[in-house]
Design a protein around this ligand. Structure first.
Ligand SMILES: Nc1ncnc2c1ncn2[C@@H]1O[C@H](COP(=O)(O)OP(=O)(O)OP(=O)(O)O)[C@@H](O)[C@H]1O
Ligand SMILES: [Mg+2]
Length: 323
C-alpha cells in the first residue's frame, strides 16, 4: 500500500538570525494533517506561516524536528516529497513571462515528469477549468493579473499532486476572483479531487469558510487547534460587542484598555470598528465611549456572536491585522 497522503510535523523548528538576534520563525510545531483534510493555518504577519510551508516543501532545511509528507521524510527523501506536493505561493513569479500558457505548462509538465502521453490531456483540463482556453497563444506578460494567477494554479496542479500547500491564496486579489479561488479550492480540489490541503491565511473569514480544522499560529507557535465551530464555541463569553465609529481614537487609552480586555480594533471603509468579548456590555460600552471621546463619533453598537478573529484576539492578545 502506498503511504497515505498526510502531513506530519513533530517539533518542527526554524531559526533565523537577524542582526545577531535569533528569530524562532517556527518554534516546535507538531501537527497532523489528515488525508483529504482541508487544514488552515491562521496567523498575523510574521507568525511563521510561510516559513513553515517552506520547510515542509523542502525549500528550507529546518533546524530541528521532523516532518513527513505522504510518508516521505523531508530530509531523507526531498525528491519524493516534492513529487507528492503542489506548492502555490502568492504572486506570478513562478511563470515564464515570454512564453504562452501552453508552453509554460508543457515546460513544467516535463520538469515534474508527467508522462508525455498524458501531458496534452492534463493541459487541456487545466486550461479549461481555469477558463484560459482563448488565451493559449498569448504570452504570459500580456495576461491580466487574475489570469496569471489562474495559470500559476494550473502550473501547481500539472503533475496532479495529492497534497497541496497553498500560501495566502487570495492575498491581493479582487473580491470576484478571490471568490473563484476559494470555491475552486473547496469544491474542486478538496471536494471533488480529494486533495489533502494545507493553506495559510490571515483572513479569518477565509479560514472559517473553507477549513475543516484551523490552527492559530503566533510567533512560531501553535496556540489553538480545532474546527472553526469548536474554536468559536470555546470562547467563555458568548457575546461580542461591536462599536462602529467615525473619526480617530486615543491610542494610549486603547493600549491601556487592551491590557484588561479582549479588544480588537480595525479600520474598514473609513470607519473604526472596536470589537470586544464581554459579560457586561454596558460597562464596556462606556469605556469605548471614553476611548473615542473628543476624537470620534459612535455611529452604532451591535451585539454579535464571536468570529474566529475574536477567538484569536482572546487567546493571543494579538489582532490578525496588527501592523
Ligand atoms: N529569510 C529570512 N531571514 C531572516 N528572517 C526571516 C526570513 N524569513 C522570515 N523571517 C522572519 O521569520 C518570521 C516569520 O516570517 P514568515 O514570513 O514565515 O511569517 P508569515 O506568517 O508568513 O507572515 P505574513 O503573513 O506576513 O506572510 C518573521 O519574523 C520574519 O521576519
Ligand atoms: Mg507569509
Amino acid at each position: 500500500m502506498s503511504p497515505s497522503n498526510e502531513i506530519i510535523m513533530r517539533d518542527l523548528t526554524k531559526i533565523f538570525k537577524k542582526r545577531g538576534e535569533e528569530v524562532r520563525a517556527v518554534d516546535g510545531v507538531s501537527l497532523d494533517i489528515k488525508e483529504g483534510e482541508l487544514f488552515g493555518l491562521l496567523g498575523p504577519n510574521g507568525a511563521g506561516k510561510t516559513t513553515l510551508i517552506k520547510c515542509i516543501s523542502t525549500l528550507l532545511i529546518p533546524d530541528g524536528g521532523t516532518s513527513t509528507v505522504g510518508g516521505y521524510d523531508i530530509r531523507r527523501d526531498p525528491l519524493c516529497v516534492r513529487r507528492k506536493l503542489g506548492v502555490l505561493t502568492g504572486g506570478e513569479r513562478s511563470l515564464y513571462w515570454k512564453l504562452t500558457p501552453v508552453e509554460n505548462l508543457k515546460y513544467f509538465a516535463a520538469l515534474y515528469g508527467v508522462p508525455r502521453k498524458n501531458t496534452q490531456a492534463r493541459i487541456d483540463y487545466l486550461l479549461d477549468i481555469m477558463d484560459l482556453k482563448d488565451k493559449i497563444h498569448t504570452r504570459v506578460e500580456r495576461l491580466s493579473s487574475g489570469m496569471k494567477q489562474k495559470l500559476s494554479i494550473a502550473r501547481t496542479l500539472i503533475h496532479d499532486p495529492p497534497i497541496l500547500l497553498i500560501d495566502e491564496p487570495t492575498l491581493g486579489l479582487d473580491p470576484y476572483f478571490a471568490r473563484f479561488v476559494r470555491d475552486f479550492i473547496k469544491n474542486e480540489l478538496n471536494g471533488r479531487l480529494k486533495k489533502t490541503i494545507l493553506l495559510t491565511t490571515h483572513y479569518m473569514e477565509e479560514a472559517d469558510e473553507l477549513c475543516d480544522r484551523v490552527a492559530f499560529m503566533n510567533r512560531g507557535k501553535i496556540m489553538a487547534l480545532d474546527t472553526p465551530t469548536a474554536l468559536k464555541e470555546s470562547m467563555p463569553r458568548e457575546q461580542v460587542l461591536e462599536v462602529k465609529c467615525l473619526g480617530d481614537f486615543d491610542k494610549e487609552l486603547f493600549s491601556a484598555m487592551r491590557e484588561s480586555a479582549s479588544l480588537n480594533l480595525s479600520k474598514r471603509d473609513g470607519f473604526i470598528y472596536v470589537r470586544m468579548s464581554t459579560d457586561n456590555p454596558e460597562t464596556l460600552l462606556s469605556r469605548v465611549v471614553d476611548l473615542v471621546r473628543d476624537k470620534a463619533k459612535v455611529l452604532s453598537v451591535l451585539v454579535t456572536s464571536p468570529t474566529l478573529e475574536d477567538v484569536f484576539v482572546y487567546l493571543t492578545g494579538v489582532s490578525l491585522k496588527d501592523e
